[in-house]
Design a binder for this molecule. Structure first.
Ligand code: NAP
Ligand code: ZN
Ligand code: ZN
Length: 354
Protein backbone atom coordinates (compact mmCIF):
# COMPACT_ATOMS: atom_id res chain seq x y z
CA UNK A 1 0.00 0.00 0.00
CA UNK A 2 1.15 3.52 -0.67
CA UNK A 3 0.17 6.38 1.55
CA UNK A 4 -1.79 9.36 0.30
CA UNK A 5 -1.67 12.56 2.37
CA UNK A 6 -2.64 11.79 5.96
CA UNK A 7 -4.09 8.39 5.37
CA UNK A 8 -3.03 4.92 4.41
CA UNK A 9 -5.66 3.17 2.30
CA UNK A 10 -6.38 -0.48 2.97
CA UNK A 11 -9.12 -3.03 2.39
CA UNK A 12 -10.87 -5.68 4.44
CA UNK A 13 -14.29 -7.05 5.31
CA UNK A 14 -16.96 -5.25 7.35
CA UNK A 15 -20.53 -5.73 8.50
CA UNK A 16 -22.84 -2.77 8.01
CA UNK A 17 -25.57 -3.99 10.39
CA UNK A 18 -26.19 -6.79 12.89
CA UNK A 19 -28.02 -8.86 10.31
CA UNK A 20 -26.04 -8.28 7.11
CA UNK A 21 -23.16 -10.55 6.06
CA UNK A 22 -19.65 -9.18 6.11
CA UNK A 23 -18.62 -7.80 2.72
CA UNK A 24 -15.56 -6.14 1.12
CA UNK A 25 -14.80 -2.74 2.65
CA UNK A 26 -12.19 -0.13 1.74
CA UNK A 27 -11.01 2.24 4.48
CA UNK A 28 -8.02 4.22 5.71
CA UNK A 29 -5.51 3.58 8.48
CA UNK A 30 -3.53 6.43 9.98
CA UNK A 31 -0.12 7.20 8.54
CA UNK A 32 2.40 5.74 11.04
CA UNK A 33 3.47 8.21 13.73
CA UNK A 34 6.91 8.21 15.35
CA UNK A 35 6.13 5.27 17.68
CA UNK A 36 3.89 3.36 15.25
CA UNK A 37 4.50 0.17 13.33
CA UNK A 38 2.83 -0.37 9.95
CA UNK A 39 2.05 -4.09 9.60
CA UNK A 40 0.83 -6.00 6.54
CA UNK A 41 -1.53 -8.64 7.90
CA UNK A 42 -1.08 -12.18 6.58
CA UNK A 43 -3.43 -14.09 8.86
CA UNK A 44 -6.26 -13.33 11.28
CA UNK A 45 -8.11 -15.86 13.43
CA UNK A 46 -11.90 -15.90 13.81
CA UNK A 47 -12.71 -15.65 17.53
CA UNK A 48 -16.26 -16.17 18.80
CA UNK A 49 -16.00 -12.61 20.18
CA UNK A 50 -15.82 -11.42 16.54
CA UNK A 51 -19.24 -13.02 16.03
CA UNK A 52 -20.79 -11.62 19.23
CA UNK A 53 -19.50 -8.19 18.20
CA UNK A 54 -20.41 -8.28 14.51
CA UNK A 55 -23.96 -9.38 15.33
CA UNK A 56 -24.27 -6.79 18.14
CA UNK A 57 -24.97 -9.54 20.66
CA UNK A 58 -23.32 -7.46 23.41
CA UNK A 59 -25.38 -4.37 22.43
CA UNK A 60 -22.38 -2.05 21.87
CA UNK A 61 -21.48 -2.38 18.19
CA UNK A 62 -21.19 0.56 15.83
CA UNK A 63 -21.16 0.01 12.06
CA UNK A 64 -19.36 -0.43 9.78
CA UNK A 65 -17.73 -3.08 11.98
CA UNK A 66 -14.40 -4.67 11.06
CA UNK A 67 -13.67 -7.47 13.57
CA UNK A 68 -10.47 -9.46 14.12
CA UNK A 69 -7.92 -9.51 16.98
CA UNK A 70 -5.77 -12.56 16.30
CA UNK A 71 -3.39 -10.82 13.90
CA UNK A 72 -0.13 -12.06 12.39
CA UNK A 73 1.80 -10.06 9.84
CA UNK A 74 5.11 -8.50 8.89
CA UNK A 75 6.48 -5.06 9.59
CA UNK A 76 6.36 -2.83 6.52
CA UNK A 77 7.60 0.37 8.06
CA UNK A 78 8.43 1.79 11.48
CA UNK A 79 8.18 5.33 12.88
CA UNK A 80 11.45 7.05 13.74
CA UNK A 81 11.24 6.35 17.49
CA UNK A 82 10.37 2.66 17.20
CA UNK A 83 13.09 0.63 18.91
CA UNK A 84 11.94 -2.98 19.12
CA UNK A 85 10.94 -3.73 15.53
CA UNK A 86 12.51 -3.63 12.08
CA UNK A 87 11.20 -3.95 8.55
CA UNK A 88 10.29 -7.50 7.54
CA UNK A 89 9.98 -8.82 11.11
CA UNK A 90 7.23 -11.36 11.90
CA UNK A 91 4.87 -9.74 14.42
CA UNK A 92 1.46 -10.11 16.02
CA UNK A 93 -1.29 -7.90 17.43
CA UNK A 94 -3.91 -9.09 19.89
CA UNK A 95 -7.07 -7.73 21.48
CA UNK A 96 -6.02 -4.19 22.34
CA UNK A 97 -3.92 -1.53 20.65
CA UNK A 98 -3.51 1.20 23.27
CA UNK A 99 -4.09 2.13 26.90
CA UNK A 100 -3.39 5.08 29.20
CA UNK A 101 0.11 3.83 30.10
CA UNK A 102 0.01 5.66 33.45
CA UNK A 103 -2.44 3.88 35.76
CA UNK A 104 -1.27 1.17 38.22
CA UNK A 105 -2.58 -1.62 35.94
CA UNK A 106 -0.79 -0.27 32.86
CA UNK A 107 2.41 0.38 34.82
CA UNK A 108 2.42 -3.20 36.08
CA UNK A 109 1.97 -4.67 32.59
CA UNK A 110 -1.74 -5.36 32.93
CA UNK A 111 -2.82 -3.01 30.16
CA UNK A 112 -5.82 -5.29 29.63
CA UNK A 113 -7.17 -3.91 32.93
CA UNK A 114 -6.33 -0.23 32.22
CA UNK A 115 -8.16 1.82 34.85
CA UNK A 116 -8.65 4.90 32.68
CA UNK A 117 -11.58 3.92 30.52
CA UNK A 118 -10.18 0.45 29.80
CA UNK A 119 -7.73 -0.40 27.03
CA UNK A 120 -8.42 0.69 23.46
CA UNK A 121 -9.57 -2.56 21.90
CA UNK A 122 -8.37 -3.58 18.43
CA UNK A 123 -12.01 -3.24 17.39
CA UNK A 124 -15.09 -2.07 19.34
CA UNK A 125 -13.31 1.05 20.67
CA UNK A 126 -12.52 4.62 19.68
CA UNK A 127 -9.01 5.77 18.85
CA UNK A 128 -7.37 8.22 21.33
CA UNK A 129 -9.01 11.09 19.37
CA UNK A 130 -12.31 9.86 20.87
CA UNK A 131 -14.04 9.93 17.48
CA UNK A 132 -12.54 7.42 15.06
CA UNK A 133 -13.65 3.81 15.55
CA UNK A 134 -10.94 1.16 15.71
CA UNK A 135 -11.04 -1.42 12.92
CA UNK A 136 -9.74 -4.93 13.47
CA UNK A 137 -7.68 -7.51 11.66
CA UNK A 138 -10.07 -8.66 8.93
CA UNK A 139 -7.98 -6.41 6.72
CA UNK A 140 -4.68 -6.16 4.87
CA UNK A 141 -2.90 -3.46 6.90
CA UNK A 142 -2.89 -2.14 10.44
CA UNK A 143 -0.95 0.62 12.20
CA UNK A 144 -0.20 0.03 15.89
CA UNK A 145 1.85 1.72 18.62
CA UNK A 146 4.96 -0.43 19.12
CA UNK A 147 4.18 -1.11 22.79
CA UNK A 148 1.19 -3.20 21.67
CA UNK A 149 3.04 -5.18 18.98
CA UNK A 150 4.30 -8.66 19.87
CA UNK A 151 7.25 -10.46 18.33
CA UNK A 152 6.54 -13.97 17.08
CA UNK A 153 9.15 -16.68 17.71
CA UNK A 154 10.84 -17.98 14.58
CA UNK A 155 9.80 -21.53 13.86
CA UNK A 156 6.13 -21.17 14.83
CA UNK A 157 3.84 -21.64 11.83
CA UNK A 158 2.51 -18.08 11.37
CA UNK A 159 -1.09 -19.08 10.50
CA UNK A 160 -1.28 -21.48 13.45
CA UNK A 161 0.23 -18.80 15.69
CA UNK A 162 -2.51 -16.23 14.92
CA UNK A 163 -5.01 -17.65 17.47
CA UNK A 164 -2.36 -17.40 20.20
CA UNK A 165 -2.96 -13.63 20.19
CA UNK A 166 -6.41 -14.10 21.76
CA UNK A 167 -7.31 -17.75 22.41
CA UNK A 168 -3.75 -18.47 23.57
CA UNK A 169 -3.29 -15.59 26.00
CA UNK A 170 -6.90 -15.71 27.28
CA UNK A 171 -6.33 -19.26 28.50
CA UNK A 172 -2.62 -18.98 29.42
CA UNK A 173 -3.08 -15.97 31.70
CA UNK A 174 -5.70 -17.33 34.15
CA UNK A 175 -4.20 -20.84 34.15
CA UNK A 176 -0.91 -19.25 35.27
CA UNK A 177 -2.75 -16.90 37.68
CA UNK A 178 -4.35 -19.79 39.60
CA UNK A 179 -0.92 -21.39 39.92
CA UNK A 180 -1.35 -24.54 37.85
CA UNK A 181 1.68 -26.75 38.10
CA UNK A 182 2.71 -30.30 37.41
CA UNK A 183 0.07 -32.64 38.75
CA UNK A 184 -2.68 -30.00 39.22
CA UNK A 185 -6.06 -31.24 38.10
CA UNK A 186 -7.76 -28.85 35.68
CA UNK A 187 -11.02 -29.01 33.74
CA UNK A 188 -11.68 -27.21 30.44
CA UNK A 189 -15.36 -26.51 29.71
CA UNK A 190 -16.13 -26.34 25.98
CA UNK A 191 -13.75 -27.62 23.32
CA UNK A 192 -13.71 -24.73 20.84
CA UNK A 193 -11.05 -22.16 19.91
CA UNK A 194 -10.23 -21.17 23.50
CA UNK A 195 -10.86 -24.64 24.89
CA UNK A 196 -8.44 -26.47 22.60
CA UNK A 197 -5.68 -23.95 23.39
CA UNK A 198 -6.40 -24.36 27.12
CA UNK A 199 -5.93 -28.12 26.80
CA UNK A 200 -2.60 -27.75 24.98
CA UNK A 201 -1.30 -25.11 27.39
CA UNK A 202 -2.43 -26.81 30.61
CA UNK A 203 -0.91 -30.09 29.40
CA UNK A 204 2.36 -28.23 28.63
CA UNK A 205 2.44 -27.06 32.28
CA UNK A 206 2.25 -30.72 33.37
CA UNK A 207 -1.35 -30.51 34.61
CA UNK A 208 -3.78 -33.42 34.40
CA UNK A 209 -6.49 -32.14 32.06
CA UNK A 210 -10.15 -33.15 31.69
CA UNK A 211 -12.33 -31.80 28.87
CA UNK A 212 -15.97 -31.14 29.70
CA UNK A 213 -18.03 -31.06 26.50
CA UNK A 214 -21.56 -31.52 25.23
CA UNK A 215 -20.12 -33.11 22.04
CA UNK A 216 -19.24 -36.85 22.32
CA UNK A 217 -17.55 -36.82 18.90
CA UNK A 218 -14.82 -34.52 20.31
CA UNK A 219 -13.46 -37.09 22.78
CA UNK A 220 -10.75 -38.48 20.48
CA UNK A 221 -9.57 -34.96 19.62
CA UNK A 222 -9.56 -33.98 23.30
CA UNK A 223 -7.21 -36.84 24.09
CA UNK A 224 -5.01 -36.12 21.03
CA UNK A 225 -4.70 -32.49 22.17
CA UNK A 226 -3.42 -33.61 25.57
CA UNK A 227 -6.46 -34.32 27.77
CA UNK A 228 -6.32 -37.29 30.13
CA UNK A 229 -10.07 -37.53 30.61
CA UNK A 230 -13.35 -36.50 28.95
CA UNK A 231 -16.70 -35.80 30.64
CA UNK A 232 -19.96 -35.40 28.74
CA UNK A 233 -21.78 -32.43 30.25
CA UNK A 234 -25.22 -33.72 29.29
CA UNK A 235 -24.64 -36.89 31.34
CA UNK A 236 -25.55 -36.17 35.01
CA UNK A 237 -23.96 -39.42 36.24
CA UNK A 238 -20.62 -38.56 34.58
CA UNK A 239 -20.69 -35.12 36.20
CA UNK A 240 -21.51 -36.58 39.62
CA UNK A 241 -18.61 -39.01 39.27
CA UNK A 242 -16.09 -36.12 39.18
CA UNK A 243 -17.55 -34.12 42.11
CA UNK A 244 -14.87 -32.47 44.25
CA UNK A 245 -12.04 -33.44 41.89
CA UNK A 246 -10.50 -30.32 40.29
CA UNK A 247 -8.17 -27.55 41.45
CA UNK A 248 -9.51 -25.28 38.70
CA UNK A 249 -11.97 -25.34 35.82
CA UNK A 250 -11.72 -22.92 32.90
CA UNK A 251 -15.15 -22.21 31.41
CA UNK A 252 -15.01 -21.10 27.74
CA UNK A 253 -18.70 -21.58 26.86
CA UNK A 254 -20.03 -18.83 24.58
CA UNK A 255 -23.75 -19.10 25.50
CA UNK A 256 -26.01 -19.04 28.56
CA UNK A 257 -25.50 -22.07 30.83
CA UNK A 258 -25.52 -23.21 34.44
CA UNK A 259 -22.18 -23.01 36.29
CA UNK A 260 -23.36 -25.26 39.13
CA UNK A 261 -22.05 -28.58 37.70
CA UNK A 262 -18.56 -27.02 37.33
CA UNK A 263 -18.66 -25.61 40.86
CA UNK A 264 -19.64 -29.03 42.14
CA UNK A 265 -16.67 -30.61 40.36
CA UNK A 266 -14.13 -28.36 42.16
CA UNK A 267 -12.16 -29.33 45.26
CA UNK A 268 -12.74 -27.18 48.37
CA UNK A 269 -11.24 -23.73 47.63
CA UNK A 270 -11.07 -24.67 43.95
CA UNK A 271 -11.49 -21.93 41.34
CA UNK A 272 -13.91 -21.65 38.45
CA UNK A 273 -12.38 -19.30 35.88
CA UNK A 274 -14.94 -17.69 33.62
CA UNK A 275 -13.65 -16.51 30.24
CA UNK A 276 -16.70 -17.22 28.04
CA UNK A 277 -18.61 -13.98 27.34
CA UNK A 278 -22.19 -15.21 27.08
CA UNK A 279 -24.36 -12.29 25.94
CA UNK A 280 -27.30 -13.72 27.92
CA UNK A 281 -25.36 -14.10 31.17
CA UNK A 282 -24.89 -17.29 33.20
CA UNK A 283 -26.60 -18.84 36.23
CA UNK A 284 -25.46 -20.79 39.27
CA UNK A 285 -26.76 -22.31 42.46
CA UNK A 286 -25.00 -20.68 45.46
CA UNK A 287 -24.77 -23.90 47.48
CA UNK A 288 -21.79 -25.56 45.72
CA UNK A 289 -20.06 -22.16 45.93
CA UNK A 290 -20.68 -21.79 49.68
CA UNK A 291 -20.05 -25.38 50.72
CA UNK A 292 -16.36 -25.86 50.04
CA UNK A 293 -15.54 -22.15 49.87
CA UNK A 294 -15.13 -22.34 46.12
CA UNK A 295 -14.42 -19.28 44.02
CA UNK A 296 -15.53 -17.86 40.68
CA UNK A 297 -13.11 -15.48 38.96
CA UNK A 298 -13.19 -13.76 35.58
CA UNK A 299 -10.33 -13.01 33.23
CA UNK A 300 -9.89 -10.82 30.14
CA UNK A 301 -7.09 -11.77 27.71
CA UNK A 302 -3.71 -10.85 29.31
CA UNK A 303 -1.22 -7.98 29.51
CA UNK A 304 1.48 -7.30 26.94
CA UNK A 305 4.44 -8.74 28.93
CA UNK A 306 2.46 -11.89 29.69
CA UNK A 307 1.41 -12.21 26.04
CA UNK A 308 5.07 -12.08 24.98
CA UNK A 309 5.88 -14.66 27.69
CA UNK A 310 3.08 -16.93 26.37
CA UNK A 311 4.44 -16.62 22.82
CA UNK A 312 7.94 -17.58 24.01
CA UNK A 313 6.45 -20.54 25.90
CA UNK A 314 4.63 -21.65 22.73
CA UNK A 315 7.83 -21.19 20.70
CA UNK A 316 9.75 -23.37 23.15
CA UNK A 317 7.10 -26.10 23.27
CA UNK A 318 6.05 -25.89 19.59
CA UNK A 319 2.47 -24.99 20.49
CA UNK A 320 0.16 -23.51 17.84
CA UNK A 321 -3.58 -23.71 17.17
CA UNK A 322 -5.26 -26.41 15.09
CA UNK A 323 -6.65 -24.33 12.26
CA UNK A 324 -8.80 -24.40 9.14
CA UNK A 325 -7.75 -21.72 6.67
CA UNK A 326 -10.46 -19.72 4.86
CA UNK A 327 -10.55 -17.05 2.16
CA UNK A 328 -12.24 -13.72 2.90
CA UNK A 329 -15.32 -14.75 0.88
CA UNK A 330 -15.76 -17.72 3.27
CA UNK A 331 -15.90 -15.61 6.45
CA UNK A 332 -19.71 -15.63 6.71
CA UNK A 333 -19.83 -19.40 6.32
CA UNK A 334 -17.03 -19.73 8.91
CA UNK A 335 -19.13 -17.67 11.35
CA UNK A 336 -22.09 -20.04 10.87
CA UNK A 337 -19.91 -23.09 11.30
CA UNK A 338 -18.28 -21.67 14.46
CA UNK A 339 -21.71 -21.03 16.01
CA UNK A 340 -22.66 -24.65 15.20
CA UNK A 341 -19.41 -25.90 16.81
CA UNK A 342 -18.27 -27.21 13.42
CA UNK A 343 -14.62 -26.11 13.44
CA UNK A 344 -11.38 -27.89 14.29
CA UNK A 345 -10.59 -25.75 16.17
CA UNK A 346 -10.09 -22.22 14.85
CA UNK A 347 -10.76 -20.64 11.47
CA UNK A 348 -7.95 -18.42 10.25
CA UNK A 349 -8.43 -15.97 7.38
CA UNK A 350 -5.82 -15.77 4.63
CA UNK A 351 -5.54 -11.97 4.67
CA UNK A 352 -3.27 -11.92 1.61
CA UNK A 353 -6.52 -12.44 -0.34
CA UNK A 354 -8.19 -9.20 0.78
P1 NAP B 1 -15.99 -21.33 20.17
O1 NAP B 1 -14.81 -21.73 19.37
O2 NAP B 1 -17.31 -21.18 19.51
O3 NAP B 1 -16.09 -22.39 21.38
C1 NAP B 1 -17.10 -22.34 22.36
C2 NAP B 1 -17.39 -23.78 22.83
O4 NAP B 1 -18.39 -23.70 23.86
C3 NAP B 1 -18.00 -24.68 21.76
O5 NAP B 1 -17.03 -25.33 20.99
C4 NAP B 1 -18.81 -25.67 22.59
O6 NAP B 1 -17.94 -26.70 23.07
C5 NAP B 1 -19.24 -24.82 23.77
N1 NAP B 1 -20.63 -24.30 23.58
C6 NAP B 1 -21.07 -23.44 22.64
N2 NAP B 1 -22.38 -23.19 22.79
C7 NAP B 1 -22.78 -23.90 23.86
C8 NAP B 1 -24.02 -24.04 24.53
N3 NAP B 1 -25.13 -23.41 24.10
N4 NAP B 1 -24.06 -24.84 25.61
C9 NAP B 1 -22.97 -25.49 26.03
N5 NAP B 1 -21.76 -25.38 25.43
C10 NAP B 1 -21.67 -24.60 24.36
O7 NAP B 1 -15.72 -19.94 20.92
P2 NAP B 1 -14.33 -19.30 21.42
O8 NAP B 1 -13.77 -18.47 20.34
O9 NAP B 1 -13.53 -20.35 22.07
O10 NAP B 1 -14.88 -18.27 22.52
C11 NAP B 1 -15.61 -18.74 23.64
C12 NAP B 1 -16.19 -17.59 24.44
O11 NAP B 1 -15.12 -16.88 25.06
C13 NAP B 1 -16.97 -16.57 23.62
O12 NAP B 1 -18.08 -16.14 24.38
C14 NAP B 1 -15.97 -15.43 23.45
O13 NAP B 1 -16.59 -14.19 23.24
C15 NAP B 1 -15.27 -15.49 24.77
N6 NAP B 1 -13.92 -14.90 24.80
C16 NAP B 1 -13.53 -14.29 25.95
C17 NAP B 1 -12.26 -13.79 26.05
C18 NAP B 1 -11.80 -13.17 27.34
O14 NAP B 1 -10.82 -12.44 27.35
N7 NAP B 1 -12.44 -13.45 28.46
C19 NAP B 1 -11.38 -13.87 24.97
C20 NAP B 1 -11.80 -14.52 23.83
C21 NAP B 1 -13.07 -15.04 23.75
P3 NAP B 1 -18.39 -28.24 23.17
O15 NAP B 1 -19.01 -28.60 21.85
O16 NAP B 1 -17.13 -28.94 23.47
O17 NAP B 1 -19.37 -28.33 24.30
ZN1 ZN C 1 -10.94 -13.21 20.92
ZN1 ZN D 1 -4.08 2.48 32.18
Amino acid sequence: MTTSGNSLPTRGYAATSASTPLAPFAFDRRVPGDRDVHITIDFCGICHSDIHFTRNEWGMTTYPAVPGHEIIGRVVKTGKDVKRFREGQRVGVGCFVNSCGKCPSCKSGHENYCEVGGPIMTYASLEPDGVTPTFGGYSRDIVVNEHFVLSIPEGLDPAGAAPLLCAGITTYSPLREVGLTKGSRVGVMGLGGLGHMAVKLAASFGAEVTVFSRSPEKEADARRLGAHDFVLTNNPAALEAVAGRYDAILDTISARHDLSPSLNALKPHGTLILVGASPEGVEFNPFPLLFGGRRIVGSLVGGIPETQEMLEHCGKHGITSDIEMVRPDQINEAFERTVRGDVKYRFVIDCTKF
